[in-house]
Write a protein that binds this ligand. Structure first.
Ligand code: 5GP
Ligand code: ZN
Length: 115
């Protein structure tokens, strides 16, 4: 059985990544092309292609994703100065990898609105 999803392969350890957090439900790792001094991706181990793919059964999992992002931001020392959690969704949202991922961005003043 082959799995064509990049982030499923990363969560399974088939493709190396720089891990920062792991549990039964979520996995977090450093972004390969950081857009800020700290740029971490948090993903559910379950394959969901985007936020639009999540249903009522995923309510707890989506909560775990957000709380993992919060904890990682704290662990990375971002909480005092602030940080940003982002989920790009679909083409207009700029999503390039079709497995839900929460960006944790911090370590500099981020601008708004995004480009
Ligand atoms: P998106 O644009 O879909 O919201 O974000 C995808 C993110 O995944 C990008 O920030 C990109 O740099 C990151 N990324 C893509 N491929 C890899 C990879 O193989 N390893 C890691 N660590 N990050 C990746
Ligand atoms: Zn996947």
């Amino acid at each position: 059985m082959t799995d064509p999803c990049l982030f499923c392969a990363i969560a399974a350890g088939q493709i190396p990544s720089q891990s920062v957090y792991s549990d039964d439900h979520v996995y977090a790792f450093h972004d390969i092309n950081p857009a800020a001094p700290t740029h971490i991706l948090v993903i559910p181990r379950k394959h969901l292609s985007s936020v639009c793919d999540a249903g009522p059964d995923d309510e707890a999992l989506m909560g775990k994703l957000l709380l993992a992002g919060q904890q990682i931001a704290r662990d990375q020392g971002l909480a005092a100065d602030g940080f940003r959690l982002v989920i790009n969704t679909g083409d207009n949202g700029g999503q390039t990898v079709h497995h839900i991922h929460l960006h944790v961005l911090g370590g500099r003043q981020l601008t708004w609105p995004p480009g």
